[in-house]
Design a protein around this ligand. Structure first.
Ligand SMILES: Cc1cc2nc3c(=O)[nH]c(=O)nc-3n(C[C@H](O)[C@H](O)[C@H](O)COP(=O)(O)OP(=O)(O)OC[C@H]3O[C@@H](n4cnc5c(N)ncnc54)[C@H](O)[C@@H]3O)c2cc1C
Length: 480
């Protein structure tokens, strides 16, 4: 593919968010670019638990909203939370109608699972391979659409803007190393999360926050980047990425033990459980997840059983060593209700976006939901012309914007170590300042730039709130 002069919208990334944009845009044309095959390399494929929606008779979107807000330490945006939780039941019904093989109860209604932080059973799931079931179904549908021009083997590197600061195109690199430019006035970033910037993560290797770097380099606003969720139960057996032991295991009765004793209510929100696990490990105790008493654990959690078995352990009979690992980015490129960023012609959807749904901490199984709702909102907005007037997102803080450079950057492992040691479960101003200073010299490199933005955001927030825990200040942010 050479240089194109088409002004067709371009969707970057083919996880659930990018696929949703392409699906919802039809019959309007779009170009979908992705480094791998349609579903490969996407965190969406790895989701085990499922997608949250207030479908049960004892449930309501209002209750879902209350749980979402509470998990997010009351930092979420009330309007966004209400909008996305209200959309959820219909999203799940439409995915079901599209062919997603959700598990059904005996009465043929959707079987709803319970996860940490939820006050009701509301997780629609397909065994413990929910993400793969949803993503494959949507990808299968997208692959049949004449309106979607799919280009695999393309890695986006830079956004281009015109003299007015509006989107003008995109530079990509092909698998052979050739540079490809697409001219377009509309780009949707659907590039996923940033967990791969940390040494311990459950995220796929593609999750390097490159969408955040590309957007920030053309002036897009980002927010909440220091709100990084640590999953409390990643299997700690030296693998990278670390296999995830889904929250649903704890919902089904698996217990966390430190030196043989329980130490935390396993169904509290993730930040609380992760901090408790971290504290036990710091004090030298061996933390394990005990799923031996979960009824039918091997048949109910076949994907987890496979992951555990590949690590040489048995889910039904072994105690499983666990540690917290970076799992999800609550922050990202700031968007409004139509998924518009602060840069005209640029939308962000899914995990790369900061919609305001999660606040300081994501409620389990809210992110596949967010990927669909934000993707559909972008698709609706891409049609027509009103986006040219700009969105509701305020301009970026100029100090956060840095240009790309050609000088060789640090090794990715170096960035991962800096972030792991400074921006982990418990943080101090001293460590954060060191990280900011170190990464400051490397911001021409995308991974280091996003790391710098994360550390800078964490340093600027003295509170201990949501997933951001400072041990050198009080909860309210004064010196401890
Ligand atoms: C192990 C695990 C379990 C999870 N379980 C759940 C769960 O049960 N429920 C839930 O709601 N959420 C869960 N999550 C979170 C959820 O999977 C993600 O937040 C969600 O799938 C994000 O979707 P996305 O489309 O934004 O990103 P992704 O699915 O990660 O897709 C990103 C896409 O962008 C591409 N890409 C990246 N960089 C570039 C680039 N520079 N150029 C071109 N393409 C690029 C990638 O290759 C990929 O195609 C889980 C996450 C993990 C890692």
């Amino acid at each position: 593919m050479g240089t194109s002069t088409d002004s067709t919208p371009v969707v970057v990334g083919s996880g659930l968010a990018g696929l949703t944009v392409a699906r919802a845009l039809a019959p309007e044309r779009c170009i979908l670019v992705t480094p791998d095959d349609l579903t490969a390399g996407a965190a969406s494929m790895w989701a085990q638990g499922g997608i949250a929606a207030a479908i049960g008779e004892d449930d309501s979107p209002e209750l879902h909203a209350v749980d979402t807000r509470r998990a997010g330490a009351d930092l979420g945006d009330a309007g966004t939370i209400a909008r996305i939780t209200a959309a959820a039941p219909d999203v799940v019904r439409r995915l079901h109608a599209l062919g997603v093989p959700f598990d059904l109860a005996a009465d043929q209604a959707l079987d709803l699972a319970l996860e940490g932080g939820h006050s009701r059973r509301r997780i629609a799931h397909a065994g413990d391979r929910s993400g793969a079931a949803i993503t494959r179904t949507v990808a299968g549908h997208v692959a049949t659409l004449d309106s979607v021009e799919i280009h695999t083997g393309l890695h986006a590197r830079r956004l281009l803007t015109d003299s007015a600061g509006k989107i003008a195109g995109l530079v990509l690199r092909s698998a052979s190393g050739a540079e490809v430019t697409i001219d377009t006035d509309r780009i949707v970033l659907a590039t996923g999360g940033l967990g791969g910037l940390f040494a311990h993560t459950t995220n796929p290797r593609t999750a390097l926050g490159q969408g955040i770097a590309m957007a920030s380099r053309v002036g897009a606003r980002t927010d909440d980047l220091h709100f990084v969720q640590f999953h409390p139960t990643a299997l700690d057996v030296g693998l990278d990425p670390m296999p995830l032991l889904t929250e649903a295991l704890r919902g089904a009765g698996a217990a966390l033990l430190a030196d043989g004793s329980r130490f935390v209510d396993e169904l509290q929100p993730r930040d609380v459980v992760a901090a408790a696990v971290w504290a036990q490990a710091q004090s030298g105790r061996r933390v394990v997840l005990d799923a031996r008493d979960v009824p039918d654990v091997l048949t109910r959690f076949p994907a987890v059983a496979d992951l555990v078995s590949a690590a040489g352990l048995d889910l039904a009979s072994d105690l499983l060593p666990v540690a917290p690992a970076v799992h999800y980015a609550m922050g990202g490129v700031t968007v409004d209700a139509r998924s518009r960023t602060s840069v005209p012609g640029l939308w962000a959807v899914g995990e790369v976006a900061r919609t305001g749904l999660h606040g300081g901490n994501r409620l389990a199984s809210n992110s596949l939901l967010e990927a669909v709702v934000s993707g559909e909102a972008a698709a609706a907005d891409l049609i027509g012309d009103t986006w040219r007037a700009g969105g509701d997102v305020p301009a970026a803080d100029r100090e956060s914007l840095r240009a790309a450079g050609e000088a060789p950057g640090p090794a990715l492992d170096e960035v991962r170590q800096v972030l792991e040691s400074s921006c982990g479960v418990l943080r101090t101003a001293h460590d954060l300042r060191e990280a900011v200073d170190r990464l400051d010299a490397w911001t021409q490199d995308d991974a280091a730039y996003v790391g710098w933005l994360i550390a800078r955001s964490a340093l600027a927030d003295p509170r201990s709130v949501g997933a951001h825990r400072r041990v050198d200040t009080t909860a309210a942010g004064s010196a401890a």
